[in-house]
Write a protein that binds this ligand. Structure first.
Ligand code: BES
Ligand code: ZN
Length: 456
């Protein structure tokens, strides 16, 4: 292994430059104008994988292409097979004015590389590719067979990948899927994540008058869709942070005493946490700590509200319509299909007759939980300790990776979630960054992981 680790060490400056090239692509999957950039980013990955010595191909889909790259293997190889999953698409960078430097012009400051996608998820999946490069280029035999699957639609619900898994099931059957697309609390607190929240997204649009109306001439005699929407939204959550939709909490699994104890190992200072986010006071469901609230309890969030005049100065109107983009985060054992039915029923009941309501249900993903005590989990924990030099934590995460439940269903494979993102990496926010320490330690972790997993 020394030769592999030495190779990683010697080549780290070039690796950082390559990560800079990777993040230069504005591969924003939510915005149709970037379709070509997603294709170009995937082409870059393809070329890169071939240069590393992987057998790589690009699989077109109805959406963005999927990159598949395999380590060289003998026909009928008896080695264990693992899939490494990641995504090359990124979240929209807006609002642009809040970026210190442009989102797709990478900048290194100290030990951080700033760019949209640096940590979510390009830096994390590149770390795995680079570890394999070190094996191949030093002529070191990998103790396992690997197939990389890097997709371009994770940030919009992984629509094409589910079908792709079914169509390519035989090729992708594996012991487990290794994913670095979550976080770790600090550089000295590496973590194995064993649960993710699910998600259900929707857009609720209320339509009122057939055009914006003069609010002086008509206001008071016609309902205001923006006001009606606020009232509607206000009825979705109570003052204690609980979702107010009847049936919403059906099936919610409570935290075990063991989990609550393990969670307490994660350092938490309420004042610092408030300062970090810039809020005057925390908010959340009673009876749960902040960490529990944001990882193991379900929520509803408004992600965007639009209505009326948004330009400079004032415009006195009753807007014709108002719309809200909303997402739920779901926990084991909530079912997105059931939540959807409950929500639609409730909205129908509370929507006033003075507006017309249109609900567009968007992407969804089931919550995920896996045993943190399996042989593979133990191998992962051992690797984390060796790579980071600190005892790892067992964690739940509040974010979602919708495809993990499909990996389980279609490939019958659990996911090993070994996140490399730090809490201040600004995922989905302006000034996203990735720590070069996490990048380097992540490569080391990946290189060591295959040795440990081969022994399980
Ligand atoms: N990397 C995140 C998921 C994540 C982040 C999990 C932090 C745990 C901790 C991923 O790229 C992501 O943002 N997923 C979306 C999925 C959605 C758009 C379907 C999410 O969670 O909002
Ligand atoms: Zn993301």
């Amino acid at each position: 292994m020394k030769i592999v680790l030495d190779y990683l060490e010697k080549n780290k400056a070039r690796y950082t430059r390559e990560l800079c090239d990777y993040v230069r692509f504005p591969s924003v999957s939510a915005q149709p104008k970037h379709k070509k950039d997603l294709a170009a980013c995937c082409q870059w990955l393809l070329k890169h994988c071939k240069e590393i010595g992987l057998e790589a191909r690009l699989c077109p889909t109805e959406g963005n292409p999927i990159l598949v790259a395999k380590t060289p293997r003998k026909k009928g190889s008896k080695k264990q097979h693992f899939v490494v999953y990641g995504h090359y698409d990124v979240q929209p960078p807006e609002p642009l004015e809040l970026w210190t430097t442009p989102p797709f012009e990478p900048r290194i400051k100290g030990r951080s590389l700033f760019a949209r996608g640096a940590s979510d998820n390009k830096g994390q999946n590149l770390a795995h590719l680079k570890a394999v490069e070190a094996y191949i280029k030093t002529g070191t035999e990998l103790p396992v067979d690997l197939t990389f699957v890097i997709e371009g639609e994770e940030e919009v619900g992984s629509k094409s990948l589910a079908g792709f898994l079914n169509a390519n099931r035989d090729e992708l059957l594996c012991e487990a899927v290794v994913i670095s697309d979550t976080g770790m609390p600090a550089l000295n607190l590496p973590a194995l994540t064993y649960a993710l929240r699910g998600i259900l997204s929707m857009e609720i649009r209320l339509e009122g008058p057939n055009r914006d109306l003069h609010s002086g001439i008509y206001g008071g005699s016609v309902d205001n869709p923006a006001m009606a929407l606020c009232q509607l939204m206000g009825k979705l959550r109570d003052k204690d942070g609980r979702v107010a939709i009847p049936g919403f909490y059906k099936g919610v699994a409570e935290l075990s005493a063991m989990e609550r104890k393990e969670f307490k190992r994660i350092p938490m200072n309420e004042k610092e946490y408030c300062e970090f986010m810039g809020v005057p006071k925390l908010f959340g469901e009673k009876g749960y700590t902040s960490l529990e609230q944001r990882t193991a309890r379900p929520t509803i969030e408004i992600n965007g509200l639009t209505s009326g005049y948004q330009g400079e100065g004032s415009k006195t109107i009753v807007p014709a319509w108002a719309s809200a983009k909303v997402t739920f985060r779901l926990v084991p054992n909530q079912d997105p299909a059931h939540i959807r039915v409950c929500l639609l029923k409730y909205l129908e009941k509370i929507c006033p007759p003075t507006v017309r309501m249109h609900v567009k249900v968007g992407h969804g993903g089931q919550p995920y939980i896996v045993s943190p005590t399996s042989g593979m989990a133990k191998a992962a924990l051992k690797t984390l300790k060796a790579a980071f030099g600190h005892d790892p934590l067992l964690m739940r995460e509040g974010g979602s990776i919708p495809i993990v439940t499909q990996f389980k269903k279609v490939l019958l494979a659990d996911s090993l979630l070994l996140g490399l993102a730090l809490p201040d990496d600004n995922a989905h926010s302006p000034n996203e960054k990735f720590s070069l320490d996490c990048f380097e330690k992540g490569m080391k972790m990946s290189a060591l992981l295959w040795q440990e997993l081969a022994k399980v």
